[in-house]
Ligand binder design. Structure first.
Ligand SMILES: [Zn+2]
Length: 91
């Protein structure tokens, strides 16, 4: 038996490839709202971010989430991501 393949995704902040489970998934759902996806199962265009304040700041400054999802991202969405990130870091 070979090693189990872990899907790798690129963080929109630091641009490093990481295992899917190490990253926060943010999804632009087909029916509209941008949502956080802790289960990794929501349909739609996804973006991935390390649970790190540095990566969050970099992605925010560069509007990386807008570019990855190809749609505008409101301040409320950024706030949600930040809260999720803080929960992950400290929880
Ligand atoms: Zn990162």
């Amino acid at each position: 038996m070979g090693p189990k393949r872990v899907p790798m995704r690129k963080c929109i902040g630091c641009q490093n490839m990481k295992g899917k489970r190490e990253l926060i998934r943010i999804v632009a759902t087909p029916d509209g709202p941008i949502r956080l996806d802790p289960t990794g199962k929501l349909a739609g265009r996804g973006a991935y971010l390390c649970p790190s304040a540095d990566c969050f700041e970099r992605a925010h400054k560069r509007k990386a989430l807008e570019r990855a999802l190809k749609r505008p991202v409101s301040a409320e969405v950024w706030e949600l991501v930040k809260q999720q990130l803080e929960g992950t870091v400290h929880g």
